[in-house]
Design a protein around this ligand. Structure first.
Ligand code: FES
Ligand code: FES
Length: 140
């Protein structure tokens, strides 16, 4: 099987048993969503984080329409950032994912998608939170 020969077994594992696939419940105000695409191939990744009152990521979900490496990278990312602060999660580099999953150079952009997705989810959460806080202070 060509796929099994060209992909590392950790990629296959995350691809066949992806962790944390799905969507966060709609309307949950403690959720940040990152939606990013890879211009090189058109693959798309959505990553959502739920942040608790201590600023720690308590839950993560993803949906990726893309290649095996992109799916594996997002699955790995969800496991990696669960329990982290936003600051820690924002520092997880694609090179770490690529190394962990043994991605070849042509698949580096797949792991970059996961880095972009978590950064964009964090940003989305922070923007929403600031808006909420400024509305609350305007009302109070
Ligand atoms: Fe087709 Fe990534 S290039 S799935
Ligand atoms: Fe484009 Fe993997 S080939 S994300």
């Amino acid at each position: 099987n060509v796929v099994k020969r060209s992909y590392h077994e950790k990629v296959i594992d995350h691809y066949e048993n992806p962790r944390n696939v799905g969507n966060m419940p709609k309307g949950d105000i403690d959720v940040g969503t990152g939606l990013v695409g890879a211009p090189a191939c058109g693959d798309v990744m959505k990553l959502q984080i739920r942040v608790d009152e201590h600023g720690v990521i308590s839950d993560v979900k993803f949906k990726t329409f893309g290649c095996g490496s992109a799916i594996a990278s997002s699955s790995y990312m969800t496991e990696r950032v669960k329990g982290m602060t936003l600051e820690q999660a924002g520092q997880v580099k694609n090179t770490e994912i690529a190394k962990e999953l043994c991605l070849p150079p042509v698949k580096l952009h797949c792991s970059l998608l996961a880095e972009d997705a978590i950064k964009s989810a964090i940003k989305d959460y922070q923007v929403k939170r600031e808006k909420r806080l400024s509305m609350a202070s305007a009302a109070g």
